[in-house]
Write a protein that binds this ligand. Structure first.
Ligand code: SPV
Ligand code: MG
Length: 290
């Protein structure tokens, strides 16, 4: 069974899958250990890893390189965040081939113009494509995929752009008509009211995806009660967790003039060896180095 088929099966069986953001193979290994159903190859997280804002500054090649490295160290399906698809429908055709070959099981394409501006920043310049143009991009993605289980997820930024629920519903329905397997509805509101209202108003059979970054209190129980959301993506939690831990430890080392206090609060080197699968390398050394 392909990873894409596995992801679809899991959604059908469990009703809801939990997808964790990964910005590196190591964060992917940690997400798999923790029990997530899949990985989100997040543009925001990779941009932050490079110390850059998430504004189409990271190239497709950089994102693909990281996705390949992640796919090489994790058995989980990967949902690739391909932003606007790197241009028009022709760029999308190229991107789908590249991402499928790199090991992605799904892509999310958003209806913003290129270059995009990250969704949650205050006062962000949020410009949307014409509906017909974005439908062409979705149709191109669907027609290009080789594996029919590979998911094409259309993301509307209508609520992010303050265009209101009616526009969001119109766009989502148009993208479903163009062949999208799922609709990602994004919101920057601090509470989930916009998402819950959209979900209740959504009458199509195409299921929804949410990213509870701005509205953290929308948990799995509330999502399940809505009935048409099949995927939750924890969009920036990997990089925020890493930053929290590093900021704390780095500050304490400076404050304490050494590592004499922090060493017991961080994982051992042996734990890193485990994550690196050092045991296999040791066994290979024993077997092959003569
Ligand atoms: C990402 O993780 O790159 C996302 C989610 O697209 S958000 O940053 O909240 O828009
Ligand atoms: Mg993104």
């Amino acid at each position: 069974m392909t990873k894409a088929k596995h992801l679809r099966t899991r959604m059908a069986e469990r009703g809801l899958v939990h997808i964790m953001a990964a910005h590196s193979p190591l964060s992917a290994i940690l997400a798999e250990d923790a029990g997530f159903d899949g990985l989100w190859a997040s543009g925001f997280e990779l941009s932050a890893l490079y110390g850059l804002p998430d504004m189409s500054l990271i190239s497709m090649t950089q994102h693909l390189d990281m996705l390949r490295a992640i796919a090489g160290r994790s058995s989980l399906p990967i949902v690739a965040d391909i932003d606007t698809g790197y241009g028009n429908a022709i760029n999308v055709i190229h991107a789908i081939g590249e991402y499928e070959r790199a090991g992605a099981s799904a892509v999310v394409i958003e209806d913003k113009t290129f270059p995009k501006v990250t969704s949650l920043v205050a006062g962000g310049r949020q410009e949307l494509l014409r509906i017909e143009e974005f439908q062409g991009k979705i149709e191109a993605a669907v027609a290009t995929r080789q594996d029919s289980d590979f998911l094409v997820i259309a993301r509307t930024e209508a609520l992010i752009a303050d265009l209101g629920e009616t526009e969001a519903l119109t766009r989502a329905a148009a993208y479903a008509e163009a062949g999208a397997d799922m609709i990602l509805i994004h919101s920057k509101k601090k509470d989930p009211s916009e998402i819950e209202s959209f979900s209740r108003a959504w009458r199509e059979t195409v299921p929804l995806v949410v990213v509870p970054n701005a509205y953290p209190e929308l948990d799995a129980e509330r999502v399940k009660a809505l009935g048409n959301i099949r995927m939750m993506i924890y969009g920036n939690y990997g990089i925020r967790a890493a930053v929290t831990a590093m900021q704390d430890v780095f500050k304490r080392i400076i404050a304490n003039g050494g590592v004499q206090n922090v060493y017991k609060d961080i994982v051992t080197v042996e734990e890193i060896f485990r994550l690196q699968d050092m045991a296999t390398t040791k066994a290979n050394e024993h077997r092959y180095l003569r």
